[in-house]
Design a protein around this ligand. Structure first.
Ligand SMILES: [Zn+2]
Length: 149
């Protein structure tokens, strides 16, 4: 398990933000796998990073202190020690976002195509179903826009 895959998505994003804002001071390399740092903010926290055993990393912040949690401070320290990992993380997130948008666009087009192929009866049944289960505002909007009342 890597530091990134051991951390939550929120910790990764916040950690990236801290890294970009240079909030990590006193980065010290113990060896190729272990680092220590101080992360500055409202409070300063001390981080011990173990890249080969991420869960052994520690931070003195309230979220991670005494727990085996990879907080944003640990992630920020990791990105500071390995800037290429920060770049990879960002590129991977961009790629996933593009993939997701691509998928959404294809699904939208397929749905439009399917709607065009439906019979009037199918459309009536489907619209009735959607209006029955839609939130009130959708139903009210439908009534208002079609001058039903
Ligand atoms: Zn922390």
């Amino acid at each position: 398990m890597s530091v990134i895959s051991s951390a939550s998505g929120a910790s990764c994003w916040r950690g990236l933000d801290y890294y970009k804002k240079n909030k990590i001071i006193n980065l010290k390399k113990i060896n190729d796998y272990e680092y220590t740092s101080t992360v500055i903010g409202t409070n300063n926290y001390n981080v011990y990073l173990d890249v080969s055993h991420p869960r052994k990393s520690t931070c003195t912040c309230p979220l991670a202190n005494g727990k085996r949690i990879i907080c944003k401070h640990i992630v920020a320290t990791f990105f500071t020690a390995f800037p290429k990992e920060a770049k990879n993380f960002e590129e991977e997130q961009e790629r996933l976002q593009e993939e997701y948008e691509d998928y959404q666009e294809k699904l939208y087009n397929k749905t439009r195509k399917y709607i065009s192929s439906m019979t009037k009866k199918e459309l009536i049944d489907e619209l009735s179903y959607v209006l029955d289960y839609a939130p009130d505002w959708v139903y009210n909007d439908f009534v208002r826009r079609n001058d039903i009342e």
